[in-house]
Every structure is written in structure tokens, then in C-alpha cells.
Write a protein that binds this ligand. Structure first.
Ligand SMILES: Cc1cc2nc3c(=O)[nH]c(=O)nc-3n(C[C@H](O)[C@H](O)[C@H](O)COP(=O)(O)OP(=O)(O)OC[C@H]3O[C@@H](n4cnc5c(N)ncnc54)[C@H](O)[C@@H]3O)c2cc1C
Length: 417
């Protein structure tokens, strides 16, 4: 395939940048992806790998601010705002707080559901067509509860998802749970299974997808960092990088949690805060659970892989903090211990943190940069960037190619801020 449609540089080689490069190449563009580190090496690397159209509920649920305020005094809290002076964070929190209403949950949820479902449909065809070697599993997503109170509270949430979004889970009693997944301990309160979700091993997804795209002529340049956006009037004319000047016909910025640092150069507000999470991956234990599972009481997720078991969790608003405190890893293990038959004591093969690109309205930012020709944003994917990447890539390719977007992209427009 030639680059007859023109050329594009995608800045940022996470799952979102990779997906953009796929659809751009398919549309006939010559594509170069640059990343300051390794392709797929940041937030897209060690996450839980759920492809989860069931995640329609935004983070801005009523009560979220109460949890955030309490967390100021509790460093152990899985959802935590670390006290620090940051006008940007204060503004972000105020906007977030204003959206913590039932009405906003429904409105953001509808917009999320549209792109979630579109992305799942894209993945289903592309994982098969490209034969991506990513441990794709169609086992749904299981929510498991230790205690009756939180189980019943979740039942109310499940009803809301059913009534407003047509998402109905299968409720499992305590006895049914252990039949459903023998990797769970007896005596748990019960669970809910969302059968429409799937899962991947995220590092294998980024590696195998990148490999396919390389074979098709997409150029990936690692350790090539974007340093400055060059403009002439109201259009971009080139990118200054650590490897010199690069120019193309179009420029896509898929810089994940660091996108906000480019607000000034792109001339728009990109209100993203890094939402830090952690994971720990160990060799696959005996009696490993069979399903991807969430333990909402502990806010911990479990991802069984062919060769390993990953525990992942936490949402810390702590700026661009790079530490991995051992207490956070201990919390992952002690949460999993309560539910799993398997031992979770094996030494970690990998401990990891990632910065989720969090927006205050829980919606991604996809589309042309307002007032700046040739520039496009693909960022702000919050807690579901792996899931949303495929539809994002297709939307970006539609915009760059000047086609009608395949999905109503108005709710994700960068111009909304
Ligand atoms: C613990 C945890 C669990 C998660 N679980 C899931 C899940 O189960 N399912 C799901 O859908 N999502 C999940 N997520 C969220 C998901 O990981 C993110 O939404 C997604 O990875 C964001 O992708 P991205 O490509 O936007 O960002 P990244 O993967 O961070 O990619 C951005 C890239 O831009 C590069 N970059 C930045 N600045 C520059 C520069 N100046 N020059 C060049 N390159 C630059 C970075 O090096 C990076 O590679 C989870 C996140 C965490 C933390």
C-alpha cells in the first residue's frame, strides 16, 4: 500500500497511537509513529486488559467527591487525591465535582456507550482479520463481592445499567460463584457476570499489532521525543523532535496523560490529570481463576493470562509521580487473598505503574484541534483506553481523510473545553 492519501505523524505510541496508525494506514496514508520511550511502554503496557463495553458508568457518580475528600486523610484509600498545591488539579476537581449527579452519569454514560460498543465491534473484526496474538478471551467480566451489603448496593447499580443502557448481568449466588469459577473461595456473598466483555494481554496486543503494522509499512520510531510544535499562523508545519525536524501533511497527538503539557503549544485547553494505577504480575499459580474478575469492595482487578496472573488497581491523583510504594503492592496481594483459592505470594515478575489520562467529564478527547489546521487529538481515555482505542483510531482516520465520522463524535470534540 502506498501513501497516496498523504502523510501523517502520530506523536505517542501507546494503544491509542497504534490504533490511529492502523486506521490511517488502512485509509492509504503514509504513517510514522514517534514515541519518547518504547512503543506501548507506558499506560498501555501493564493494565488489566479488559475490553469492557459494560463500563458505561463514568467515574463522576454521585458520592465520588465524598470518597475523594475522605482520601485526603487516608493514604491507603484505593481512590486517592494526594494533598498538594496545584491550581490545575483544583480546577479539574471542581469541574469533576460539578458533574457528580445522576443526570450527568446518564448523559456521559450514553456517550460512552456509543463509542464502547463501536470499539468492541471494531476489535471483533480486526483481532480476527489481523490474527493478533494477544490472548483475546470472550469470557466476560465477573464482579465478585465478599459482603452482602456491597453486593446489594451493586444490584441497584446493575438495575440502573439494565434500565438505562440495556446492560444486564447474570447474578450469581454464593454457591453458583464457585461453580462458575472454581478459582474463587467458597463463602463469598455473590457476583455479577457481564457476558459481553472480553479481555487481552495488553503488552501482547501492542506488540503484535505494531508488528503487523510494521509489515504494512508503518514506521515506528522509539526514543524519539516530541519537543516543539512548529506553526505558521493557524497551521502546523512540522514537529521538532529529539531526532530533528519531522514534517507531514497531518499530525495526530496521542500523548496519553502527558497531553495536557501540550495545551499551550496547541493553543487549546486539554484538561487531563494523570490518574495513577499499579499492577503486579506473577507467574500463573495453581488454581488460577478462569475469568477476568473485579473485586469492587477492594477496587482490585484480576487478569489471568496464559503465563501469568496480574493484580491491578488504585486511582491516585498525585501528579506525574513515578514511585511504586511497596504498601500499594501489599494492598493488591491482600485484597486478592480474600477471594482467590490460588496463592498470590509468588515473587512479582513485574511491578508497574501507569498514568491514566483522566478527563473531568469521563469522555475521551478525539478530533481536530480547534483553530489549528492539520492537528488532531486522540487522548483522554480515562480508565478504558485499551477498550476505546479501536473506535478512536477509526474516528481519527475519518477526520484526517476528510470523511464523515463513522460515529457521532461531537461529544468527544476537543473544542468542548
Ligand atoms: C492499573 C490500570 C489498569 C487499567 N486497566 C484497563 C483495562 O482493563 N481496560 C482498559 O480499556 N483500560 C485500562 N486502563 C486504562 C488504559 O491503560 C489507558 O486508558 C490507555 O493505556 C491509554 O492509552 P494511551 O495510548 O492514550 O496512553 P499511553 O499508553 O500512556 O501512550 C502515550 C504515549 O505517548 C508517549 N509520549 C508522551 N509524551 C511524549 C513526547 N513528548 N514525545 C513522544 N512521545 C511521547 C508516551 O511515551 C506513551 O508511550 C488501565 C489503566 C491502569 C493504570
Amino acid at each position: 500500500m502506498s501513501g497516496a492519501a498523504g502523510s501523517v505523524i502520530v506523536a505517542g505510541g501507546g494503544i491509542v497511537g497504534i490504533a490511529c496508525s492502523h486506521y490511517l494506514r488502512e485509509a492509504g496514508f503514509e504513517v510514522t509513529v514517534i514515541d519518547q520511550g518504547a512503543i506501548g511502554g507506558e499506560c498501555s503496557h501493564g493494565n488489566c486488559g479488559y475490553i469492557c463495553p459494560s463500563h458505561v458508568a463514568p467515574l463522576t457518580e454521585p458520592g465520588a467527591m465524598k470518597v475523594a475528600l475522605k482520601s485526603l486523610f487516608n493514604p491507603q484509600s484505593p481512590f486517592r487525591v494526594k494533598p498538594r498545591f496545584s491550581p490545575a488539579l483544583a480546577r479539574w476537581m471542581l469541574q469533576f465535582a460539578a458533574r457528580c449527579t445522576h443526570r450527568q452519569v446518564l448523559s456521559a454514560g450514553k456517550h460512552l456507550q456509543a463509542i464502547l460498543n463501536a470499539s468492541m465491534a471494531e476489535y471483533r473484526s480486526l483481532v480476527a482479520a489481523e490474527q493478533l496474538d494477544c490472548e483475546w478471551e470472550d469470557k466476560g467480566l465477573l464482579y465478585v463481592f465478599e459482603n452482602q451489603g456491597p453486593l446489594e448496593a451493586f444490584a441497584a447499580e446493575d438495575r440502573l445499567l439494565g434500565e438505562h443502557f440495556g446492560l444486564w448481568a447474570t447474578r450469581l449466588s454464593s454457591a453458583e460463584l464457585t461453580d462458575f469459577d472454581p478459582g474463587l473461595k467458597p463463602g463469598l456473598a455473590g457476583g455479577f457476570h457481564y457476558p459481553g466483555d472480553a479481555s487481552v494481554r495488553p503488552d501482547r496486543l501492542t506488540t503484535s499489532w505494531t508488528e503487523r503494522l510494521r509489515q504494512r509499512g508503518v514506521v515506528f520510531r522509539e526514543r524519539c521525543s516530541l519537543e516543539k510544535v512548529h506553526r505558521e499562523g493557524q497551521r502546523i508545519v512540522g514537529l521538532e523532535t529529539s531526532e530533528g525536524m519531522l514534517a507531514a501533511d497531518h499530525y495526530v497527538f496521542a500523548l496519553g496523560a502527558r497531553s495536557t503539557l501540550w495545551s499551550k503549544q496547541l493553543g487549546i485547553s486539554i484538561p487531563i490529570e494523570p490518574g495513577k494505577g499499579y499492577s503486579l504480575t506473577m507467574p500463573r499459580p495453581e488454581h488460577c481463576p478462569d475469568h477476568p474478575i473485579l473485586f469492587p469492595e477492594q477496587k482490585v482487578g484480576v487478569s489471568p493470562f496464559e503465563q501469568g496472573l496480574r493484580l491491578g488497581s488504585m486511582m491516585e491523583f498525585a501528579g506525574y509521580d513515578t514511585t511504586i510504594p511497596s504498601r500499594r503492592l501489599d494492598q493488591l496481594r491482600s485484597a486478592a487473598r480474600r477471594y482467590l483459592v490460588a496463592s498470590v505470594e509468588a515473587p512479582a515478575e513485574e511491578t508497574w505503574y501507569g498514568w491514566r489520562p483522566m478527563t473531568w467529564d469521563s469522555l475521551p478527547i478525539i478530533g481536530p484541534v480547534p483553530g489549528l489546521a492539520r492537528g488532531y487529538l486522540a487522548t483522554g481515555h480515562n480508565m478504558i483506553g485499551v477498550t476505546l482505542a479501536a473506535a478512536t483510531g477509526r474516528l481519527v482516520a475519518d477526520f484526517v481523510a476528510g470523511r464523515e465520522p463513522f460515529l457521532d463524535a461531537a461529544p468527544y470534540a476537543p473544542a468542548r473545553f
